[in-house]
Design a protein around this ligand. Sequence first.
Ligand SMILES: [Zn+2]
Length: 420
Amino acid sequence: MNSLLVKNIIVDGKLSSIYCEDGHIAEIGVEKDADEVFDGQGCIAHPPFLNSHTHASMTLFRGNGDDLPLMEWLQTRVWPYEKQISFDEIYWGGKLAMVEMIRSGITFFADMYWNFHAVAKGVEEMGMRACLSAVFIDFDNAEVARQQKEANERLLHESKEYSNCISFAVGPHAIYTVNQDSFRWAAEFTREHDLILHTHLSETGHEVKECLEKHGCTPVEYLESLGCISNRFMAAHTVHLTEKDIRILGENRVMCMHNPVSNMKLAVGGVYPYRKLKAAGAIPSIATDGAGSNNNLDILEEMKIAALLQKHHDNDPTSLSAKEAVEMATIHPAGFFNLDCGTIHKGGLADFILINSGHAEMNPMFDLNSHLVYAANSQVVDSVVCDGKLLMRHRTIEGEEEIIAKANEASASMYKRIDG
Ligand SMILES: [Zn+2]
């Protein structure tokens, strides 16, 4: 039995403590003997943040391929390198991302990348939770598609070797990189095994135009016709949507991930229709996307930019409130992934973070949501607990220096090997 007592913290406005046992919150406000006792130094306990769409290992590409359109960026600065990227490079790039995410209070992320095991190994070592998909791209080549299906079948089986902090999802990249038959297969395979299906959808006007020309319908209608859309379906971006698309996504309780920084950086020519998606019944979340198109994984920054973008776009300061922004990075994705960490309560997962309200920008304190979204940066995240274990203690993460050094080496060796 593993136990942790975090004392001297504010829970629901009162000085209190949280006692964790075997990965769950066993007591709030009751101090018991524990394997480890941690002094929270008056910090505020808060539910952890969940990053619902990223490509963690793309930290290796950070800052090398900026200021380009999406397709040119992918074709010249990403795919040629990803074709030859090694296990170790993905592993160290992933761990660098995990350090960065933990530092901004993220305990869980939904990833799409090339080597499931390289990222899964890192997740277990860092003590986080993740829903990992091995990206599926076939470029409409039947032989590649066959290999990808086989790889996913094998990975589902192999994913069971890991702890229950890791779940497997199927991640067909997008409708322009994955053929119709593969999407149909992904729909059936995920239905049969009750898995999440994670893709990029309706990100640019070009994607929609091409789909209309090729299939005579929008990307959302196209994936619906292939059986992909259900309450296990999660779609990144969902920027260019028709009223009918929004109805389909809402009726099926699809999680639609808002990635405002990536969208603006790549100038996708539209804005995620937050209010309409929410009103239709879709599950809105906020995510960073990968470091190649962001270029950081700071969820506090992402919440601020999401709120500002929606207000500016709707010409309405009441659009996407601070409370809603926090919910989009906590309770909404927690519900979608069936993780009992959207609020701090007895019996829930022992996943929470400590916020240091002593920073100048956190004072005076009228409303914590307001400060987290509009005033703070991730420096205010003091400590992070996941599965009853401390991943960050007063801003210190074990092994951080080595991870940064190894990730730098991995990035340099990747570019050297491929560029010559
Ligand atoms: Zn993405």
